[in-house]
Design a protein around this ligand. Structure first.
Ligand code: HEM
Length: 542
């Protein structure tokens, strides 16, 4: 027992020593003043409030914080690199400077890795890589099937196998599937308008290809995954871990259920796809393609069944709420900006009138619709659903900056030194509001910026799509960005042609902070994601 105490004491001492060392290196980096030691209050995870209650780090308050609000405020105040207090005296770096983000995500190689956790999911058989962006929060809940973060050669091998199934040629061939699903969703909404001129529709914040949620609202997988990312939340990880390990709570029960159902469904999927492929009946869906492309690589590179399961779950989670939420945010902005909605409908209708029907639309033809593309880009910029991502320095390093920051002594800093183990949050949302890149009106929703020559600065682009950081960048950049953009375009084509969307002036939408930013109604945050918009058939001419 005594030696256990001694060991614990030594480890604690070492951890505190490391934290202090990292703090010293960041000494001159500007940032908000010291806050609550335990919870690191007023972090990007915390509510921007100065009430005593929130200063003491109240969980419900933390969960209600609007996404990225502090990131915007601090970036405006201190610049593209700043430090803030995390939990247990740890200091974190918040980065939105483009040169710094590029270095961390790309040029440093694997110099900045996804945060790790020592904790493993108990009894999970899926002990494999999982590469969704918020993997650390999933870890911290210790409830899902996600276990370790793959890096280096292992990660490259996974991407080599996944990437062909998500190439532009492959993705373009999904367009008919997207269009059919969009038509199905529109038909459901048309049923709401059967005997009414206007109906209030809760815009779904999820799509469901695999789980058929459109038809079967009770579908188990669809239901457990609904609001999963809200349930995961994004509190300081150690606090979440402590809370979940010690206090039975609804959130814990929900994520546990997700793990069980998710694991069962992913297993079934792999089993079915492998069985179909063994008798040469492989489907054409994205899962079958992944399983197929894995079968044809060198045996040494091939993903084993656990890795495959983990990748399928990555796909389910990465593609599940992100794209659906972006559609919701787009419909919200179109409701708030009727001029944009009318302009978009005119372009879509002019385009459709040149075709024989929606089924004749091709992916390359969609690329020729400038206003549609501008609306998609602007929503992805303004409402990036994955609004930040975390990394940990794998070595002592120096992060370069595009724009110098001013330290506490009033001197300019052109780079930021970091110690190994330093945690860094890259604010995708704050980068996407950079006025030097997106123009002086970067804090406004304005698709026109993409159409005015020179309004968006295209130099030094680091993202996967345009110069947005919405899909991350570098080694771990989103593999599904084409999938998401095409899917969004196909849905907008169908929905904007058929319906007109409006928002009641009495409703205020809150940018819900979860692993993915979710639309929620002010005053009803406990209900999770919802976006009630009123819909009516769009007039045949605008
Ligand atoms: C609007 C929709 C989407 C957004 C905003 C989005 C955003 C992101 C971001 C920011 C990352 C990188 C995270 C990091 O660097 O920490 C990422 C990674 C990833 N995304 Fe997406 N994503 C979207 C849709 C999709 C879809 C539809 C798929 C699959 C069909 C997908 C598959 C992936 C995969 C596999 C990774 C991991 C890549 C790796 O670790 O190597 N994403 N996504």
């Amino acid at each position: 027992m005594q030696s256990l105490f001694a060991l614990a004491f030594t480890l604690l001492g070492y951890a505190l020593y490391r934290i202090q060392k990292r703090r010293r290196v960041l000494e001159h980096v500007p940032g908000p003043g010291s806050q609550h030691w335990l919870l690191g209050e007023r972090s990007p995870f915390a509510r921007p409030s100065t009430t005593l209650k929130s200063r003491t780090g109240n969980f419900p308050d933390l969960l209600r914080s609007p996404a990225a609000e502090m990131e915007f405020e601090w970036t405006r105040q201190y610049g593209g690199a700043l430090k803030f207090n995390g939990a247990f005296g740890e200091q974190l770096l918040l980065i939105s400077d483009p040169a710094a983000a590029q270095y961390i995500l790309q040029t440093s190689g694997y110099g900045f890795i996804r945060p790790r956790t020592g904790k493993r999911s108990r009894g999970s058989s899926l002990d494999a890589g999982f590469s969704l962006s918020k993997v650390s929060w999933l870890f911290c809940e210790d409830q899902l099937v996600i276990i370790r973060v793959i890096a280096g050669e292992d990660h490259k091998r996974h991407r080599r196998i996944m990437a062909p199934g998500l190439s532009s040629v492959e993705i373009n061939s999904f367009l008919p599937v997207f269009s059919a699903k969009a038509a199905r969703m529109a038909d459901k909404w048309a049923e709401l308008l059967y005997d009414k001129e206007v109906a209030v529709c809760d815009i779904p914040t999820r799509f469901d290809y695999k789980f058929d949620a459109l038809d079967d609202a009770t579908n188990e997988m669809a239901n457990v995954y609904h609001n999963l990312l809200y349930a995961i939340g994004r509190l300081p990880d150690r606090v979440v871990q402590l809370w979940n390990d010690s206090v039975p709570n609804k959130r814990r029960a929900h994520t546990k259920r997700c793990r069980n159902v998710g694991e069962r469904v992913a297993r079934q999927l792999v089993h079915d796809k492998l069985a179909a492929l063994s008798v040469d009946k492989g489907g054409n869906d994205i899962m079958s393609r992944l399983v197929k492309s894995n079968m044809f690589v060198d045996a040494k590179d091939r993903l084993d069944v656990h890795e495959l399961l983990a990748e399928l779950l990555t796909m389910i989670l990465s593609g599940h709420e992100t794209t659906a939420n972006t559609l919701s945010w787009t419909l919200l902005e179109l409701s708030l900006h009727q001029d944009v909605q009318t302009h978009l409908r005119s372009e879509i209708r002019a385009f459709l009138s040149t075709l024989q029907g929606h089924d004749k639309v091709s992916a390359s033809a969609l690329d020729t619709l400038p206003y549609l593309n501008a609306v998609v880009k602007e929503t992805l910029r303004f409402h990036a659903p994955v609004y930040n991502t975390a990394r940990t320095a794998a070595r002592d390093d120096v992060i370069p900056l595009r724009t110098p920051i001013v330290n506490h002594c009033g001197e300019s800093m052109h780079e930021v030194p970091v110690q190994r183990g330093q945690r860094v949050i890259i604010s995708i949302a704050a980068y996407n509001r950079d006025t030097e890149i997106f123009g002086p009106d970067a804090d406004e929703y304005n698709p026109e910026r993409w159409l005015r020559s020179g309004h968006v600065n295209k130099q030094g682009s680091i993202g996967m799509y345009s110069n947005l950081l919405t899909f991350g960048g570098g080694h771990r950049g989103c593999l599904g960005w084409r999938f998401a953009v095409l899917e969004l375009s196909a849905f907008l084509l169908e929905l904007i042609d058929r319906f007109e969307f409006n928002m009641s002036p009495d409703i205020r939408i809150h940018r819900g902070a979860a692993a993915v930013m979710l639309p929620m109604v002010e005053g009803e945050l406990d209900k999770g994601a919802q976006l009630p918009l009123s819909i009516r058939y769009a007039a045949s001419t605008d």
